[in-house]
Design a protein around this ligand. Structure first.
Ligand SMILES: CC(C)(COP(=O)(O)OP(=O)(O)OC[C@H]1O[C@@H](n2cnc3c(N)ncnc32)[C@H](O)[C@@H]1OP(=O)(O)O)[C@@H](O)C(=O)NCCC(=O)NCCS
Length: 169
């Protein structure tokens, strides 16, 4: 992490959902008003273990969340999508998002490994105006493989990363 107090990354609990929704509403126009974010977050929570939230805490306060989603079934060669990530607007650019991605993906991968499966592909999509392509290149080693014109507010880039198989397994 580049600056600030240490961040603790942990799997989300049901009592975190209101804070996750608040950070989501602050970060994405599609999650406004707040009541719509609360409804969405609760629906995703209800889709466990297909969808799983992790949060990042600083001094016991949630400052970011990430939502991972498994695609196409609980496959032996799992395809996972980073569905959403957001950091409190006042705390961006301090390394929190990167830390949250790396730690939560480690935990998700360990959990999938524990079922005798493995993560084959990590997919993430982002809007061109969000400037997050570079962020995902750096944090996941993901590369742009396609562009979908006019998906949400503009064009959407699909990025793919392929984690190296664990040689100890
Ligand atoms: C995108 C977001 C999650 C990044 O989290 P963050 O805590 O600000 O990012 P970090 O400080 O951990 O940055 C990690 C790396 O990505 C780079 N990076 C982050 N945002 C970037 C951007 N917009 N453009 C270029 N590089 C960027 C950083 O320079 C850093 O690189 P380094 O580790 O080599 O120094 C955060 O800015 C956010 O919540 N944005 C609003 C919501 C959003 O757009 N979410 C993504 C779409 S789902």
């Amino acid at each position: 992490m580049s600056s600030g107090e240490p961040v603790r990354v942990r799997a989300a609990r049901e009592s975190d959902l209101a804070t996750i929704a608040a950070i989501g509403a602050e970060s994405f126009s599609g999650l406004r008003p707040l009541a719509a974010a609360e409804r969405w977050v609760r629906a995703c929570w209800g889709a466990q273990p297909r969808m799983r939230y992790w949060v990042a805490e600083r001094s016991g306060t949630i400052v970011a969340y990430i939502l991972w989603m498994e695609k196409g079934g609980f496959r032996a060669e799992a395809v996972v999508e980073l569905e959403q990530i957001a950091v409190r607007s006042t705390l961006r650019g301090a390394g929190i998002g990167g830390e949250l991605i790396r730690r939560s993906l480690e935990e998700l991968s360990r959990s999938i490994d524990g079922e005798g499966r493995r993560v084959k592909v990590v997919e993430v999509t982002t809007g061109s105006e969000q400037g997050a392509v570079e962020f995902y290149r750096r944090t996941l080693g993901a590369e742009v493989v396609a562009k979908v014109p006019g998906l949400f507010r503009g064009d959407e880039f699909i990025l793919i990363a392929r984690p190296k198989p664990d040689p100890t397994r």
